[in-house]
Design a protein around this ligand. Structure first.
Ligand code: SAH
Ligand code: DHB
Ligand code: MG
Length: 236
């Protein structure tokens, strides 16, 4: 996706505002800096959540009193560390994170160890859909917070699986649902756009789920999150 003219013009402002808030609200963070260094050294794509977005995940995990977190799409574990920090002080805290790429997972595992958080995190390597099926079949305790950030074409399927792993009050967060505004293009041939559009329609069709979406700009350009809370999980 190439940036549009508005994005080209506004990006310095977006980045400046991200820097402004990051300078004031985020302390120097050697752990997250080490994660990004390790990711770069291993050649992982720099598509982690931004520092302020990562802090948003920590804030939401803390504010919801979450103990059990599920993440789809680990990459090098930047977002995983942010989520783990939000549950770390709680009894029976657990972060289950799913990653398809063995290489990404290996980098993430080393990052968790360096961060001193490995004891809280279960990293499942393989297609997330298969891991979720296993968790559903095993009647795993429901999750309090779920962060969907893996392959976008599969978001609709992930939503249905995640609802089966939810309880009333579970918060579901999905990344990258705006895609520089391309989400509004019903004729888009882009599989990721088609995936988030189907995801949105499916979210809207869930009687027991209250949902919203928020557009974001900043260090990651123009994108956004969907946020939903489960009032009534689907009956099995
Ligand atoms: N949440 C991370 C970024 C994730 S990037 C962060 O913010 O730090 C998306 C990740 O999803 C990539 O690592 C990619 O390998 C992984 N992925 C892609 N398809 C997947 C699948 N089918 N199952 C699990 N993970 C997948
Ligand atoms: C991509 C994936 C992400 O999760 C993200 O936040 C940004 C980009 C990607 O696959 O390009
Ligand atoms: Mg993402």
């Amino acid at each position: 996706m190439t940036p549009g003219p508005a994005e080209e013009f506004l990006r310095p402002t977006w980045n400046g505002v991200d820097d402004y808030f990051a300078d004031r609200l985020l302390s120097p963070d050697p752990v997250l800096a080490a994660v990004l260094d390790a990711n770069r050294a291993a050649g992982l794509p720099a598509i982690d959540v931004s520092p302020l977005q990562g802090r948003m995940l920590t804030v939401l995990a803390l504010a919801t009193g979450s103990r059990r977190v599920l993440e789809l799409g680990t990459l090098g574990g930047y977002s995983t560390v942010c989520l783990a920090r939000g549950v770390a002080d709680r009894h029976a805290a657990r972060v289950v994170t799913c990653e398809f790429s063995p290489h990404h997972a290996e980098v993430a595992a080393a990052n968790f160890a360096r961060a001193g958080l490995a004891h809280l995190i279960d990293l499942h390597v393989g297609p997330a859909a298969a891991t979720l099926d296993r968790l559903i079949a095993a009647r795993t305790d429901p999750f309090d917070l779920i962060f969907i950030d893996a392959d976008k074409p599969a978001y609709p399927g992930y939503l249905l699986q995640c609802l089966k792993l939810s309880r009333p009050g579970t918060l579901v967060i999905a990344d990258n649902v705006v895609r520089r505004g391309e989400v509004v293009d019903a004729a888009s041939p882009d599989e990721s756009v088609k995936g988030v559009r189907r995801f949105t329609d499916l979210l809207a069709a869930q009687p027991g789920v209250v949902s919203t979406a928020i557009q974001t700009v900043g260090a990651k350009g123009y994108d956004g999150f969907a946020l939903a809370t489960v009032v009534r999980p689907p009956s099995p």
